[in-house]
Design a binder for this molecule. Structure first.
Ligand code: NAP
Length: 518
């Protein structure tokens, strides 16, 4: 029996007494860990955050917390080879793990810099200028932000066990709010290793971070209006949590980052031979294969002008044929495994649904050749490209195959592609690949309200582009509608999510003295 993962709660490590859920290596099916939270005192977790972690964090100034984040990021950076080893068991190649591990550490560094540059000394953040409320100027109003004195519950999806935690933890620390981290069960052992190092580092005060491995039990029953839930995962879990009395009755803040049928749009100007055509093909193929397509930002819908469809499919097929699937520890492997056999079955089911409106043009969801691994025991799947043949059907816009799957969909005009993009009901990210600024502007105007982020990719920015699928800490991550309607990252804005905005009214001198020079 593998070891039970311990939770870090109320200042000590708690190991559940039951058998728990056994989590296995995605590529080899060897047991890795057991996960359970049975018997955990949830009230004590919430109280510890409120009574120990929060006050200790808020005894530090913004500047001290920014410095602590830098120390923490440097410490995790020195430990990352251990995380890479564990990450391989999730099915991730080295390149995939870098997105999660180095991406998470880099995000922590960025938030440290944001704090250093953009936050004042002290613990109160002024927002905008003071506004005169009377003719004499003796009475003004000014908005300020202060940290919520409650607990921030951070519920994460399985696909980014390190980045997913750190991108939430860093702004919470800066704000002065303690975190309760709840990783997804299939990859909780990676998060747990990082939390162990966070605690051991002493960079953050006791109670600033707690970890619950396994179910949350009745934890939300202890949440109220000064607490916050930052959720990342499927739309169905988000919807269930959104209906909890903590949110509906007690007004616990709730932010959701959920699924998304992200799209990439190839411009009519970008035919074969143009740089943009090559960029589009590279980007779609990359988004299908990085993390075996298990990315909330992956391109699920590739919109291609009708006359370019055949060229796009053959170029994509040629690229996908070169993908080497297998044990992510093997040097020659370019795409690892899905996180579990269960997840592979889910993806195969989604491909079946997509096939009601589309035909397979590359890859077989049931067959795959693997390097250094048994395709029956590991959760492997070939990249699967589909071509939509019935534009009236809803599946390509509604069914999320959370794996190496994408559908090419033809379009004719700007209005047409804008309408098709909108059928995704809100996405985290879209990309427009074109060198025609008129086309790009028209598509941006029509599609921006449906997206949290838009990448406008062409030959001029390709060299420095961070890519379609990479959320940047400085920019908004989130999206309307199906994407959850929430917002994360975006620099200082992310910090403010963990704070209350209050309008102060009074004399200019008193307001200025309270807010400080900020
Ligand atoms: P999931 O099944 O919804 O689980 C997400 C998290 O919710 C996990 O930590 C899970 O814990 C927890 N959870 C499940 N039931 C819960 C409950 N009743 N109360 C409290 N927490 C509960 O999603 P997933 O399978 O891990 O992740 C895949 C999905 O996430 C995809 O649809 C993907 O698009 C989406 N995603 C979105 C983003 C984004 O930023 N928008 C990023 C990554 C992934 P357990 O594992 O212990 O059940």
């Amino acid at each position: 029996m593998p070891e039970m993962l311990a939770s870090y709660v109320a200042g000590s490590w708690y190991t559940a007494p039951d058998a728990g859920v056994v989590v296995v290596d995605a590529a080899t099916a060897e047991p890795v860990a057991r996960v359970s939270s049975q018997g955990l005192d949830t009230r004590a977790v919430v109280e510890h955050a409120r009574r120990a972690g929060g006050p200790a964090l808020r005894r530090m100034s913004f500047q001290e917390r920014a410095a602590a984040l830098k120390t923490l990021a440097a410490h995790l950076d020195s430990k990352k080879s251990e995380y890479y080893e564990l990450s391989a068991a999730t099915g991730a190649t080295r390149r995939d793990s870098a997105v999660d591990i180095d991406g998470g550490i880099a995000t922590t560094f960025v938030f440290s810099s944001v704090g250093k540059r953009e936050l004042p000394e002290g613990n109160i953040l002024g927002d905008g200028d003071a506004v005169a409320m009377g003719k004499e100027g003796t009475f003004v109003g000014r908005h300020v932000y202060t940290a919520l004195p409650g607990a921030a519950l951070q519920i994460n999806a399985f696909n980014f066990p390190v980045w997913g935690m750190l991108e939430k933890l860093a702004p919470a620390v800066l704000a002065g709010m303690p975190s309760i981290v709840k990783p997804a069960t299939p990859t909780a052992y990676v998060t747990a290793a990082v939390v162990r190092d966070i605690v051991a580092s002493g960079a953050l005060p006791e109670g600033a971070v707690q970890l619950v491995c396994g179910g949350l039990g009745d934890l939300l029953d202890h949440f109220g209006g000064q607490d916050l839930i930052a959720f990342t995962g499927s739309a169905s879990t988000a919807s269930m949590l959104r209906g909890h009395a903590a949110v509906t009755t007690r007004a616990t803040r709730f932010n959701a980052e959920t699924d998304s049928l992200n799209c990439s749009i190839l411009g009519p100007d970008a035919g074969p031979g143009t740089e943009e055509f090559g960029l589009f093909v590279k980007e779609v193929a990359r988004e299908m294969t990085v993390k075996a397509g298990q990315k909330c930002t992956a391109i699920r819908r590739a919109f291609v002008p009708q006359p370019l469809v055949d060229d796009a499919i053959s170029a994509l097929r040629e690229r996908l044929d070169r993908v080497v699937v297998g044990n992510p520890r093997s040097e020659s492997v370019t795409m690892g495994a899905l996180v579990s056999l269960h997840q592979r079955d889910e993806v195969r089911g989604a491909v079946d649904a997509l096939r009601r409106s589309a035909q397979l043009v590359s890859g077989d969801p049931e067959q795959v050749e693997t390097i250094d691994a048994d395709p029956q025991r590991g959760a492997f799947m070939a990249p699967v490209l589909l071509a939509c043949r019935d534009l009236d059907r809803s599946e390509p816009h509604e069914v999320e195959a959370f794996g190496p799957v994408s559908t090419v969909i033809p379009y004719t005009t700007v209005d047409d592609v804008a309408g098709l993009a909108a059928r995704g009901n809100g996405s985290l990210v879209g990309s427009i690949v074109s060198h025609d600024t008129t086309f790009v502007r028209d598509v941006v105007l029509a599609t921006a309200p449906h997206h949290g982020r838009l990448l406008l990719l062409d030959r001029d920015c390709a060299g420095e582009s961070t890519g379609h699928g990479t959320p940047m800490p400085q920019l908004v991550h989130g999206g309307p509608g199906r994407a959850g309607g929430g917002e994360e990252l975006g620099g200082l804005r992310a910090v403010k999510h963990y704070m209350q905005r209050t309008a102060l009214q009074g004399s200019p001198a008193v307001v200025a003295a309270v807010v400080g020079a900020a």
